[in-house]
Design a protein around this ligand. Sequence first.
Ligand code: SF4
Length: 494
Amino acid sequence: MSGTYLGLPAFPQAARLSTRDEQLRANLRHATHTIRAKRATAIAELSDWPELRAAGTAIKDHTLHHLDHYLEQLETAVTAAGGTVHWAIDADDANRIVTDLIHATGETEVVKVKSMATQEIGLNEALAEAGINAYETDLAELIVQLGNDRPSHILVPAIHKNRTEIRDIFHTHMAAWGRPAPDDLTDEPRDLAEAARLHLREKFLRAKVAVSGANFMIAETGTMVVLESEGNGRMCLTLPETLISVVGIEKTIPTWRDLEVFLQTLPRSSTAERMNPYTTTWTGTTHGDGPRTFHLVLLDNGRTDTLADTTGRQTLRCIRCSACLNVCPVYERAGGHAYGSPYPGPIGAILTPQLRGTTTALDASLPYASTLCGACYDVCPVAIDIPEVLVHLRERIAQGGPTTRHGTKATIKPAKGHATERAAMRAAAWTLDHPAAWTATQRLATRTRALHPRRVPGRTASAWTATRDLPTVPARTFRDWWQHREPDPKDSQQ
Ligand code: SF4
């Protein structure tokens, strides 16, 4: 497996391969079912969960509606607190800014706190090209990095690996990155954690530069907030001399008070904890404590384009809790790699095609990576109607239409491969608009029912029936039955 997402196949091809991997499916099933059950218990403890969910939704919507105002307020506050703000329009821009900042320190090694934004822009690969080694310090990210793998879950990036596989990765690869794993390493969680702790301690004590993301940015004070469970984040955020945070602009919230809501909803939705073990906040720089230099790189990379879409913009409410992944029947079977993006599962199926556009076969396939069962919407702590956005994106891909790319209005053409679907929909629309034609079609279907195949022939249409049978057409249409039924005496009495 390669650590990059370039040139990956469309979701159906990738999922066809991954669903054949029985070990992968067993690992995923065990992990997602365990987390989802714990989460349900943790949520049930709160009698005001619906109110918290509504409050989180309202805060996020309000901020997104006034994002220009809050971002300027944030920049002013960060600068006043001694930090420097950089605006990155896209991934290349952000990578160049971070690389230049690290080069300016004269360092060639950085420690990293787990960050979705830096995965999104491919920062580790860009730094490697510039001769800078970036060391992941989150345990699961470390496993992924050592194994030259890709993350397959938002919260548990190594969810697809079991303990024995992790021990083998430590044995084989740790020595090339620093302190080797002990020869007698077992696959007991305590031993694996200790090996990782000793390996990482060297890096924490040596690194002069750290790179992080942030879960939230508080506009009123310019404060960054990171929630994590292992303490590695706190080490990265406090020990190095220079701290560079790369954060998506949608992570802004107006006030400290707003944080109260998310400090309740995020830990329960993600790890099923009442509160997360480590909450680190920092505001610019503080004399004699923590990093002496702080840079904030505010990342757009398709977010303002997403904001321009009145249906799709709700995606930007996401607080990356991963609850939607753990209940998704498609994710549970296909695994995260099939989504070809650091954002897998239901949220990835709507976020990735909005951030990256739908011009590649992979991105155009993502909104179809769902059964539309709605379980993701039910669990989402900020009430993102994922099925609604999936259908909206499917329509845009199949029909084409107006969109916004790089800040300007554009019209996208219908994607290839949907001509049969469009023709079928046009024919269905015309028939449903003409009652006589509809009745004739129904009668024809009932009279020829014995001749109907169980599968639709043809390359495109057969994709529909490759995994399901066509429904059997009844012997009589509903209208025929209604007109010729025996009247019910009760009807005449009413
Ligand atoms: S879409 Fe909702 S449930 Fe999924 S990761 Fe984002 S906040 Fe969590």
